[in-house]
Design a protein. Structure first.
Length: 216
């Protein structure tokens, strides 16, 4: 499976009439937040691919369009606070950034811990049922200490760090952190690939074989 993960900025390479040809092999689009809803809808239509997404802290509450008002990209699946299966892949998602002012899609570290703990029963059930907790974790913010910054708006969440260490997703995709010259796009936390998808990243993902157990 080929995944196109996008976040934070509109890339002309994706918002183009050539998108269907340049990204014809993409099977799934993941939105990690802070993008116009029309952009995600355009990519989904151009590639005829499903979209899974979470909101970023700069996402609009309403996007006004000629054909109506949007509070989310049409046809996309919001995975915030959800643990769900899609085409044999187990997804979980968490929206938003660290709270640094009043506004939607921003949370304190305590609030994020609560949301993570509420997901735990479903993750444990996945382990019992499918032999693994989670395959792909989708968030807007990074885990604390990986790809994050020192300033409060761009600090990562300790709850996300714990979630990755404990439940070992194969891939964690996030946005929120601008990639500067020399910044690493990927990092490892245990066996989890952590990918900063600021702009976009094309990710090769091999589905688990049915009945295959996760590594201990």
């Amino acid at each position: 499976m080929v995944i196109l993960s996008v976040s934070d900025i509109v890339r002309p390479a994706l918002y183009s009439k050539t998108t269907p040809q340049r990204f014809a092999d993409v099977d799934l689009v993941i939105g990690c937040g802070d993008l116009p809803y029309y952009y995600l809808e355009f990519i989904a239509d151009a590639l005829n691919a499903p979209v899974m997404y979470v909101h970023g802290n700069h996402d609009a509450l309403k996007e006004y369009r000629d054909d109506g008002t949007r509070s989310a990209p049409m046809g996309a699946v919001n995975v915030h606070r959800r643990v769900m299966m899609h085409e044999g892949i187990i997804f979980a998602g968490l929206e938003g950034s660290m709270r640094y002012r009043d506004g939607k899609y921003m949370y304190t570290d305590r609030q994020m811990w609560l949301m993570v703990f509420l997901m735990v029963p479903k993750l444990i059930w996945n382990r019992l049922l499918h032999g693994r907790f989670i395959d792909i974790l989708v968030t807007h913010s990074p885990p604390a200490g990986i790809h994050d910054r020192a300033d409060l708006p761009h600090q990562g969440f300790s709850a996300i760090h714990w979630l990755i260490q404990t439940f070992r997703p194969r891939i964690h995709v996030h946005g929120h952190i601008r990639l500067m010259h020399g910044d690493a796009i990927e990092a490892m936390l245990g066996k989890t690939r952590i990918i900063n998808t600021y702009g976009y990243q094309r990710i090769e993902f091999e589905r688990e074989q049915q009945g295959k157990k996760a590594d201990e």
